[in-house]
Design a protein around this ligand. Structure first.
Ligand SMILES: C[S@@+](CC[C@H](N)C(=O)[O-])C[C@H]1O[C@@H](n2cnc3c(N)ncnc32)[C@H](O)[C@@H]1O
Length: 416
């Protein structure tokens, strides 16, 4: 074959034509393959082969180039397989799109949260600036009696505090405090009864030593006590009959530090709850001293809790556990009964000077408007009250205080 080729090249007058013929022969099988009715993809792939031939043809003669046969691709019809694979592709791309969508969700959540937070901070800042301006014109000494602000019937305390309490999750702290209320329970400066929903009043489904036997709610303001009473009724109406509270409930209007206002039950109160009220007191030390008398004294027999049933041991790291070590005192009674508990949730000065500066600048105007000194030194008030500090915790840069206090004993005369 090679010899034939060489001799035809040698003898040919047109050597490049001979070369073309040889090349055509060599390409013949693939050309056949190109013209075979294959699938459209195959044809289009082989099309350049035909074009290559045209290229050679142009140089093979001086005549006009013969156009290569145009292979028409039939219109692409979706075969079942194609549509299946398309669907598969679509599904895969949808799956890939999921993180993009969830990123969008995060983006919106973060943006909305950022917007709410920045709006709130802007609101705080503008109130701060205004308070400083107005404070300069106010004649109100620090810790002056502003409790009359609570007698204003046009106020809606729940609306005033709802948003800020949600922002700092205060509901959780209220719940934690009220969960420990047992026996004869007194809540002083109860306001509109924002703690009510957190008491466990379902005595039938509660162990004997954890039950609440009686309830007394007190506040200086009549309108507050009225609202608290309505709230209590609403909460009770919403409960199934087995869970309704069966013990005595009393609502008492008046200054809790006045010994004529709240009657001490026999054996004292097993639990006294006080939240966010010390800031509003004209005489917080006298108020806490009175609570020290109303609470059950160390070793005194309770009429609210069955003291013969051994109480469940308090677990380490309990709610009030890892408190400020400096203030945590050891059990001076040597494991003997320490009396009832005074559970306190308060707000006041912070650990940080820059926050205290803000509170101080704002305090006069805040007290004048809302009847609460939010820059009080709560630690000092507690120390001055002479109550025993069982535990203490602080939150929100130290501005929220959580205390468990006990009476020191011998604070009650028989007539009290
Ligand atoms: C900031 S509000 C707190 C209300 C409620 N304890 C709470 O946590 O939402 C303060 C309340 O303390 C009450 N208060 C102020 N001085 C009082 C006093 N000497 N005896 C009883 N209540 C008093 C006010 O009337 C007011 O309702």
């Amino acid at each position: 074959m090679a010899e034939v080729a060489l001799s035809s090249l040698r003898t040919s007058k047109v050597p490049h034509l001979a070369l073309l013929i040889l090349t055509k022969r060599a390409n013949a099988p693939s050309r056949k393959l190109a013209l075979r009715p294959l699938n459209p993809v195959g044809r289009s792939l082989l099309l350049p082969v035909a074009q290559t031939n045209t290229f050679f043809r142009r140089y093979a003669s001086t005549g006009p180039a013969i156009p290569a046969p145009r292979v028409r691709s039939p219109p692409l019809r979706a075969s079942p397989r194609t549509s299946e694979s398309r669907q598969r592709d679509l599904r895969a791309s949808n799956e890939q799109a999921v993180p993009i969508r969830s990123f969008g969700g995060y983006f919106w959540a973060v943006s909305i949260f950022g917007f709410v937070l920045s709006t709130y901070l802007a609101y705080l800042y503008s109130s701060y600036k205004r308070a400083i301006r107005e404070t300069a014109m106010l004649d109100l000494p620090q810790n002056a009696d502003v409790s009359s602000r609570w007698l204003d019937v046009t106020r809606n305390f729940d609306d005033e505090v709802e948003f800020s309490e949600k922002l700092i999750w205060l509901g959780g702290k209220r719940r934690k405090l009220c969960k420990d209320a047992v026996g004869n329970v007194l809540e002083v400066s109860a306001g509109t009864g924002r703690n009510m929903e957190y008491y466990n009043l379902d005595s039938l489904r509660t162990p004997r030593d954890k039950r609440i036997k009686s309830l007394v709610f007190n506040d200086l303001s009549e309108i507050m006590v009225y609202q608290a009473e309505k709230k209590f009724d609403r909460l009770q109406e919403g409960k199934e009959s087995i869970a309704k509270f069966r013990g005595p409930v009393k609502f008492v209007v008046g200054d809790a530090s006045d010994r004529r206002v709240i009657t001490r039950p026999e054996g004292g109160f097993d639990t006294i709850i006080q939240t966010m009220g010390v800031c509003s007191m004209a005489n917080p030390v006298g108020f806490l001293k009175r609570l020290g008398q109303l609470v059950r004294q160390p070793g005194e027999k309770s009429t609210g809790v069955d003291m013969d049933t051994p109480a469940e041991e308090e677990k380490p790291g309990h709610d009030y556990g890892e408190a400020d070590k400096k203030h945590n005192q050891t059990d001076e009674t040597g494991g003997r009964d320490k009396g009832g508990k005074i559970l306190l949730l308060e707000h006041g000065r912070s650990y940080f000077n820059f926050i205290n500066r803000f509170l101080d600048d704002n305090a006069k105007m805040h007290a004048h408007r809302y009847g609460c000194w939010n820059n009080k030194d709560i630690d000092q008030v507690i120390i001055d009250s002479g109550l025993e500090i069982e535990s203490k915790k602080r939150y929100h840069f130290g501005t929220t205080y959580e205390y468990v206090l006990r009476p020191r004993g011998s604070q009650v005369q028989p007539t009290q």
